[in-house]
Each structure stands twice: as structure tokens, then as C-alpha cells.
Write a protein that binds this ligand. Structure first.
Ligand code: PEP
Ligand code: MN
Length: 258
């Protein structure tokens, strides 16, 4: 049985890595809840050029510190250079929704991946583009495979579809995630944060997804959500997430089975 606390991809962390002071607060949280994976986004693909673009390589020393503290880091990359600068400290390489069909990036990731010499190679997480259909998502995963990422190292992440009928502008598509789970051998996770774009919906969607027999979740949580430099509207606080995880543990007498 897969346990929520140890064997699944239960990823938490901020939208953007902002500072050492911010990130140090996740370490006791991960330890308390026996969680392994921490978002450490250094390179942010932003809609507006004046928005915070991430600390970039100047944040690598913070990422190194987090790794030394035992966290397994999840880092999005948008280019070959970015990948090369962080691959040695990354446990999950994230390809964001906007890059799902950046075929040259997918090829580069595959090629670099096949050449790296690491005792434990990272996973590669491919988020579904918010306007992409099932087959397009799978075809992009095939690019990764064709260029060097083994099937068992690929994670697909459902992060919602843009939807003008939705009050939040996005709909997390559980059907999409379930179909991917049923029809592929990839690991399948959901992102209720970008998939709802509303902090009030994140934990209910998280709870719902615990019943879907998937492989995990990625949740944006911040020590002080209102001060988050990006996606503050959808960040829940570490305190809320702490209470939620305690509640889940007491509600489920057995570890939650994905
Ligand atoms: C993210 O996970 O940080 C992100 C930007 O998500 P998406 O690519 O799904 O918009
Ligand atoms: Mn975000």
C-alpha cells in the first residue's frame, strides 16, 4: 500500500523560491510530516516581463542548503542552460504547462538526461498545457522517452484547463488524470493549486484527489501567503496545510492509499 506520507509524490512548496529565510521554514514542516519533495522554483516563466522572474542561478546556494537538509527538490526549467545549472541538485525536473509543447526543450531534456552520470537520476514531471488535450500530453511525454528519459522516470501532472465558464478561470480535470492513470504507465499526479487558482479550493480538491488512486499531488503552500511574490491568491499557509495533514491522518485510520 502506498502511503501518503512516504511513498508517493506529495510535493509542497512555494510558487517561487524567494529567500533563505522563507525556504528554511519548510524543513521542519517536511520532517514533521515525513514528506520528501519540496518545490524550489528558481526560474519562473511569467506572463508579464516586469513580474518576478525567480532568483535564477543566484538561488542555487539556497537550493543546495535545502538539499543538504534532506529535501528532494522539484525545480522547473525552461531552457537547456537552466537544466544544466540545476540538474545535479534536482530530484524532479519540472516542465511547466507553457512548455509542454516546447519540443526542442523536450528533446534537450531527453538528451541531457541520457548523458548524466548520477547514482539516482531525477524524475521528469510534464505538466499538461492548460489548452492541451490528452493525446497532445501523451505525445509530449513520448518526446521525452524518445530522447532518453525512461518511462518509469516520467511523471505527468494534471494542472487544469483554462475555462471561461469556471468562476476561477480554470478547471482541474480529474477525468484527464484518471484516464492517464488507466491508459499509461507513467506516474500521475495533480496540482490543485494551479488547477483551481483559488486558495479556498486547494485543500478540498486535495482531499478529493486522495480518493482517486493516483500517484501524488503538488500543492503551493507559503509561510505567509499574502506576501508570496507570485500566485499569492492560490497559496495556502503552511499552518493550514499542517492542520489539514493532521486532520487527514486522524480521519484515515490506515495511511491514505492513492
Ligand atoms: C508552477 O508549477 O510553478 C507553474 C508555473 O505551473 P504551470 O506551469 O502549471 O502554470
Ligand atoms: Mn505558481
Amino acid at each position: 500500500m502506498k502511503s501518503l506520507w512516504s511513498e508517493t509524490f506529495f510535493i509542497v512548496g512555494p510558487c517561487s523560491l524567494e529567500s533563505m529565510e522563507q525556504m528554511a521554514q519548510y524543513i521542519p514542516f517536511l520532517k514533521k510530516h515525513n514528506l520528501k519533495y519540496l518545490r524550489a522554483p528558481l526560474f519562473k516563466p511569467r506572463t508579464h516581463p516586469d513580474s518576478f522572474q525567480g532568483l535564477g542561478i543566484s538561488g542555487i546556494k539556497i537550493a543546495n542548503f535545502l538539499k543538504l537538509q534532506g529535501a528532494k527538490l522539484v525545480i522547473e526549467v525552461c531552457s537547456k542552460d537552466q537544466l544544466e545549472s540545476v540538474i545535479s541538485l534536482t530530484s524532479i525536473i519540472q516542465i511547466g504547462a507553457r512548455n509542454m509543447q516546447n519540443f526542442e526543450l523536450l528533446k534537450d531534456i531527453g538528451k541531457i538526461y541520457s548523458q548524466i552520470d548520477m547514482s539516482e537520476k531525477p524524475f521528469v514531471m510534464l505538466k499538461r498545457g492548460f489548452g492541451n488535450n490528452f493525446n497532445e500530453w501523451l505525445n509530449s511525454a513520448l518526446y521525452l522517452e524518445k530522447y532518453g528519459v525512461p518511462k518509469n522516470k516520467i511523471i505527468l501532472c494534471e494542472r487544469g484547463t483554462r475555462n471561461s465558464c469556471s468562476p476561477t478561470g480554470v478547471t482541474l480535470d480529474f477525468g484527464m488524470a484518471l484516464k492517464a492513470k488507466a491508459e499509461t504507465d507513467y506516474k500521475i499526479i495533480v496540482d490543485p493549486s494551479h488547477g483551481s487558482s483559488d486558495d479556498r479550493l486547494v485543500l478540498p480538491l486535495t482531499k478529493a484527489s486522495l480518493f482517486l488512486n493516483l500517484d501524488g499531488l503538488m500543492i503551493e503552500a507559503h509561510p505567509t501567503p499574502k506576501q508570496s511574490v507570485s500566485d499569492a491568491h492560490q497559496a495556502i499557509s503552511l499552518l493550514e496545510l499542517d492542520r489539514f495533514l493532521e486532520q487527514i491522518k486522524s480521519e484515515f485510520s490506515q495511511p491514505v492509499q492513492f
